[in-house]
Design a protein around this ligand. Structure first.
Ligand code: NAD
Length: 367
């Protein structure tokens, strides 16, 4: 953020909060600041019609505060639609902590963050996201019950990432069925971008199925680790977006499908875990549709994690978690068919159904 003082005219042009595209009628945004621990966090509560706003906390070294605000707004909005399309009684929320997770994350900072979450009295429930671990959630649990994704030995459902990966795998298979007429991924070339918690677990499913897996990550150690464990190929080029491949699986950060990449992508299918893969949902979704690239909507196929943490609130068991996650295959196929029949982008088709669920509940609630 620039340190210069902007004139009222300049500020009015920016409309930093309510005027942001990503604001999209957020119910509440909470800015959390604590000098002693260095905590700077933003909690976005997008919509609570279906239930409390549940969504993970991301810790990232944002270039500036605008970027952090924009990220949390985009992410919390996405959570609203993710829970709605998955049929969960949850609203959408998300939090970001500004800073380097490796250097600046301390138990004191996490506890202070937990206290801010607690002050919202359950309207927002947190979980892990990029830069967070199950152990961090355990620390948050010390100061608030409004946290999910805590360790199994502390009564939680544990790390949600393997379940997220399984859901992405199901969504990818559904997209393959739609595109190729078969959901078998054997011999398909799949590029997994980002081999963190979810990416690695996805690699395992793909390798077991006989796919030809290529991985990329900014973390060189992780690349070597995953390569030696699964015998996959490390991407050696410098433009993954121009590479011929069957399936592109974005599993790092969002907005990788943008003005610079959308015309270069040569994949038949895009199916990955990252949230908000389309920089501009309408524009880039439409370009993918026109180019014949099947895009499996991110918020639909990466819902395994939220299904897993929801189990902690609803007390359902592993079998039910797996059944609900496996069902992502059917939902994805339905949405892809629906988009084709109605000549919509796949993203819009999914969004319409999610919005309709929220509107229906709103009408019921107001009776
Ligand atoms: P993670 O932090 O464990 O892994 C992210 C990986 O991406 C890291 O290895 C990082 O080095 C790498 N990365 C970052 N920038 C990159 C770049 N430009 N190119 C290549 N690699 C890059 O995070 P995760 O939990 O595996 O989540 C991955 C994505 O999936 C995120 O967008 C997250 O929001 C989303 N997601 C995760 C879950 C979950 O259950 N963890 C659920 C839903 C969605």
């Amino acid at each position: 953020m620039t340190s210069e003082i902007l004139s009222p005219q300049e500020l009015s042009k920016i409309d930093p909060v309510f005027g942001q595209n990503s604001f999209d009628n957020h119910e509440q945004i909470v800015f959390c600041n604590d000098k002693d621990t260095g905590l700077k966090a933003i909690i976005g509560i997008h919509n609570t019609v279906l239930g409390p706003a549940l969504g993970g906390t991301r810790m990232w070294n944002y270039a500036n505060e605008w970027e952090a605000l924009n990220d949390v707004l985009r992410l919390s909005r996405g959570m609203t639609f993710k829970s709605a399309i998955t049929g969960l009684s949850l609203g959408g929320g998300k939090a970001v902590i500004i800073g380097d997770a490796k250097m600046q994350k301390t138990p004191e900072l996490m506890k202070r963050f937990g206290e801010f979450v607690h002050s919202l009295s359950g309207k927002y429930i947190t979980a892990e996201d990029v830069g967070m671990t199950t152990a961090d959630m355990d620390v948050v649990r010390e100061v608030t019950p409004y946290v999910t994704g805590i360790s199994e030995n502390k009564g939680g459902a544990g790390n949600p990432s393997p379940i997220t990966a399984y859901g992405v795998f199901m969504g990818m298979k559904a997209a393959a069925r739609f595109k190729y007429g078969s959901d078998v991924l054997e011999n398909k070339s799949v590029y997994v971008q980002g081999i963190g918690h979810v990416g690695e677990a996805l690699v395992e499913h793909l390798v077991n199925e006989g796919a030809e897996v290529t991985i990329s990550d900014i973390n060189k150690e992780r690349l070597e680790e995953v390569r030696s464990k699964y015998g996959v190929t490390i991407y050696g080029g410098n433009d993954i977006y121009s590479e011929p491949m069957d399936i592109y699986a974005p599993c790092a950060l969002g907005a990788t499908i943008n003005d610079d990449t959308v015309y270069n992508i040569k994949a038949d299918i895009i199916a990955g875990a990252a949230n908000n893969q389309l920089a501009d949902e309408d524009k880039h979704g439409l370009i993918l549709q026109n180019r014949g690239i099947v895009y499996a909507p991110d918020f639909l196929i990466n819902a395994g994690g939220i299904i897993n943490v929801y189990a902690e609130l609803e007390n359902y068991d592993r079998q039910e978690i797996m059944r609900k996650t496996e069902n992502i295959f059917n939902t994805t196929l339905e949405i892809l068919d629906n988009a084709k029949v109605n000549n919509l982008t796949t993203h819009a088709a999914a969004l319409n159904i999610a919005r309709e669920r929220i509107e229906t509940r709103k009408r019921e609630n107001s009776k």
